[in-house]
Design a protein around this ligand. Sequence first.
Ligand SMILES: [Ca+2]
Ligand SMILES: [Ca+2]
Length: 274
Amino acid sequence: MHRMRSVVVLMLVLPVAGQSREGMALLQKGKFKQAAKVYRALTEAHPNNAHAWYYLGYSLQGAKRYHEALKVLLKASTFPPVAHHANYSIACVHALQGRREEAIAWLAKAWHAGYRDIAGARRDRNLASLRKDPRFEALWKRLVAELEPFRDGTKVLHAWMGEHPGAQFGWVAGNAGDVDRDGVNDVVVGAPYVRVRGVPHGKIYVYSGKSGRKLIEKVGTAGEQLGYAVDGAGDVNGDGHADILAGAPATGYGPGRVYVLSGKTGAVLAPNAG
Ligand SMILES: [Ca+2]
Ligand SMILES: [Ca+2]
């Protein structure tokens, strides 16, 4: 696994202004129209705020105001930090309106801007209209094949993407050991800036090394930034399932913790307060 970054790096990833607490809270409640108002005001006050543009587009999409959503998302897609999310959302809007060709073209753009969550795209209800289109699977196959020349001798077996911009999914990743006892080691990933009502709870994910399927997800408590460090713990409780170590430094919110989580259930086996 990667070692913890220095404090200097940490400061660079502290809260993004575009992620308004009020807007986030509204989005989490599915109140897309109200969220759109909040983000509209934010884009007016800060026209270069990439995240505000993206969340405005996302809110409009949620509110089914597709025409406006497209305009805003096209603007958001010009900002590199959110381009992959914006392009993906544009694909969703096209797919929702039955424009499959455009949707597939924008999925390719999302990929080239850094989008990698093929499993998420396959599940996404917004893309349901594409699932029976042979071009949908052919696209992923072609794009994954394109990656290979960039990595000498390395084949991409699985690629996952975070759920929220700014959540720092992939800040750390490590070998979890064989969590589900299928004979193949699994992968643990931290996303320490997953926010709940604007507060960084953090989250960890465990994925099957064999299928890429998500095996475990666990959100931290308020402020603790779970997933700032992750690693395999070995089989701590002797049940045959490899267990997980997860650090939660709670910078600025209180004492940190290190958790040992059951690989079988995701339950906390041992919390150690710092
Ligand atoms: Ca496994
Ligand atoms: Ca175990």
